[in-house]
Design a protein around this ligand. Structure first.
Ligand SMILES: [Zn+2]
Length: 229
């Protein structure tokens, strides 16, 4: 009976699941770690359901274009830059020709536990977007403006220098930020930033406070399916 009224603009209907992964390994008891077998099962599910995995540019184009995508879309994000993202996640995603975004802290690169630049470059060639997650994975709210600025801009500078890309999309370590952080991001031309607040990404959100969906590595496939709804 509402059909005589104008429908809401398409923008309000755009809702993109941004999945948030971390380590891809066998580590019982750690909900932030998912086993390679489970990740494979989830990627197979996405493929079977006809999902398109977005590049960051495609995600931003949808966000800015205001057109609801005709296909099912998802943005896969991996935080922190664990070595297993290269050894385990990269080949699993490559099997499906899937794209993903990796948020790294360059201060942890080359320490032997996290990805090194050679691996990061290979992932970039394999279709992964690489963006900053602070230099040393800091809780920014514990730092003064000067230190926050360094953590944010130096991470960006190193990624841009190593990969020859623009790295103006931030991801808050621990999801933590304050007004100073938002001010610094704006001042330095960051266009988007991802939080750990739970929910679908929708263009009516502040682009510096985009929501994501935490993938609980201990949960089963049915819980994964319900995340996407
Ligand atoms: Zn992190």
């Amino acid at each position: 009976m509402d059909s005589v009224y104008k429908t809401a603009p398409t923008t309000t209907q755009i809702s993109i699941p941004v999945l948030n992964y971390h380590s891809v390994t066998v580590q019982p008891g750690n909900t932030a770690a998912i086993t390679p077998a489970k990740l494979e099962e989830q990627m197979q599910y996405l493929a079977d359901q006809g999902y398109k995995t977005l590049t960051l540019k495609e995600f931003i184009d949808i966000w800015e274009g205001g057109e609801k995508p005709t296909a099912k879309v998802v943005l896969l994000t991996f935080d922190d830059g664990y070595k297993d993202n290269y050894t385990a996640a990269l080949p699993i995603l490559a099997k499906h020709n899937f794209r993903a975004t990796l948020f790294i802290s360059p201060g942890m690169v080359e320490d032997g536990y996290f990805l090194n630049w050679e691996e990061i470059k290979e992932m970039h060639k394999g279709g992964w977007d690489i963006q900053p997650h602070g230099m040393t994975h800091p809780n920014l709210t514990k730092l003064n403006a000067e230190k926050q600025t360094f953590e944010i801009t130096e991470a960006r500078r190193q990624i841009e220098e190593e990969l020859g890309i623009t790295a103006d999309v931030y991801c808050y370590p621990f999801g933590e930020r304050n007004q100073t952080t938002l001010h610094i991001l704006k001042e330095h031309g960051f266009r988007y930033a991802f939080t750990i607040e739970q929910g679908m990404a929708k263009p009516d959100q502040n682009p510096l406070l985009i929501r994501r969906l935490f993938v609980n590595g201990e949960a089963g496939l049915s819980s994964f399916k319900s995340l996407l709804k």
